[in-house]
Design a binder for this molecule. Sequence first.
Ligand code: 4AD
Ligand code: MG
Length: 480
Amino acid sequence: MEKKADIKTLLQSDELGKEVVVKGWVRTKRGSKNVAFIAMNDGSTIKSIQIVVEINSENEKALSNIHTGAALSVNGELVASTGSGQKVEVHAKNIEILGVADPDEYPLQPKKHSLEFLREKAHLRFRTNTFGAIARVRHAMIFAIHKYFNDNGFYNIHAPILTGSDAEGAGEMFQVTTLDLENIPKNEEGKVDFSGDFFGKAANLTVSGQLEAELAALALSKVYTFGPTFRAENSNTSRHLAEFWMIEPEVAFFDINDDMDLAEDMLKYVIQYALDNCMDDLEFLSKRLLEEEKNKKAEERSMELIEKLRFVLNDDFVRITYTEAINILRNSKPNKKKRFQYVIEGWGADLQSEHERYLVEKHFKKPVIITDYPKEIKAFYMKQNDDGKTVRAMDVLFPQIGEIIGGSQREEDYDKLYTRMKEMDIPEESMWWYLETRKFGTVPHAGFGLGFERLILFVTGMGNIRDVIPFPRTPQNLEF
Ligand code: 4AD
Ligand code: MG
């Protein structure tokens, strides 16, 4: 008995005449009275293999039970295909139905379904071409990121997911407790008494692994985390998730320029990796995007997907300061004509996604890195510039996405960090360990956070972040 082969392997095989076993799910079945053609997919590749079955009195009944979505095990012979689009097909000798799919109930019929509809069928959407392609590209990007850092001498660190501190100081955290919510213990001041809680203090899900990565970088020099992070911001946008994955490299002896070089080099490496390893899926996703946008006006359409990926590789990213960015935006047409939702009035304004995209897509037509933001709109740990107004932050902005990376050089001076924490009401009690690293062998260091799903949005050309993570968590949405 032959062992089961992946469809991906079989489609590349030239062992014609070989006896094979294939298992997978039916995408379509068509045919005549005498012969049936079944397109079967097992997820190993976007391509399906064609199964050809001669219909006879013995298998007629079984074949009539095979519909889209059914799982099959097929024994047969690998033969050259006369049809277009594939080299080989399988002439079935025996077909076993492993699992039926009732066509009156199975939601994924062979026709176009909207992405919104498929979000409600997240338990089945992996079986569509689009979501199969996204899952494979996502995997390839995870692998490429680990490979990039490993090849460059970085060590992967697991930062904790449960935490007693707020890394960004922004307070958008999910609380974790084993206290009885029907009967919350209170102290004399009427505040929640966490002393009887699991950890004896308030606990949260982490918003970032950065602070722990910094501790590791101040010993191992080059480290990165790649973990889930959680944000309870109530922003229902196509770019925000409540649970997302973040890659956070942190490097001792790096300044902000080294940090930008690393960000640019890493992004180019992983995008090149996608072009080298995911072409079948990217070609499909490119066609999907063209189809989706065919009714849009030419100037509203995105750049063709593969061309867009190559385009990022060809040029250096533009590097400008926040102050330069504000000047460009203030004098821009959409700002003067008040077409931005948030009109830029002056220095100090936070940049919204519409401003970021204007700079990238309209003004520079290249990825842009903005540095030296006002300290008021950035986190407490960023290195303060001598002007007393700005910090050594850097955000990488991408077409279609806006901010894909946020990072900075870190404040390594104990007194400056301490003062900034006091100014921003960051509680010293929960951060003493972070401060101590600035007392013992402190060095300049820098790092950044790449939003993994934003990278996948870019590489797949999908428009909504809910479609590039298998099971999205967003406000009012915790199904599956
Ligand atoms: O800019 P952020 O908040 O930076 C940090 O968390 C730093 N601790 C990173 C560091 O310096 N080590 O987040 C980093 C990136 C953003 O640029 C964005 O790509 C992504 O994480 N991100 C989100 N992605 C999906 N959903 C959300 N709600 C996100 N919030 C941030
Ligand atoms: Mg940010």
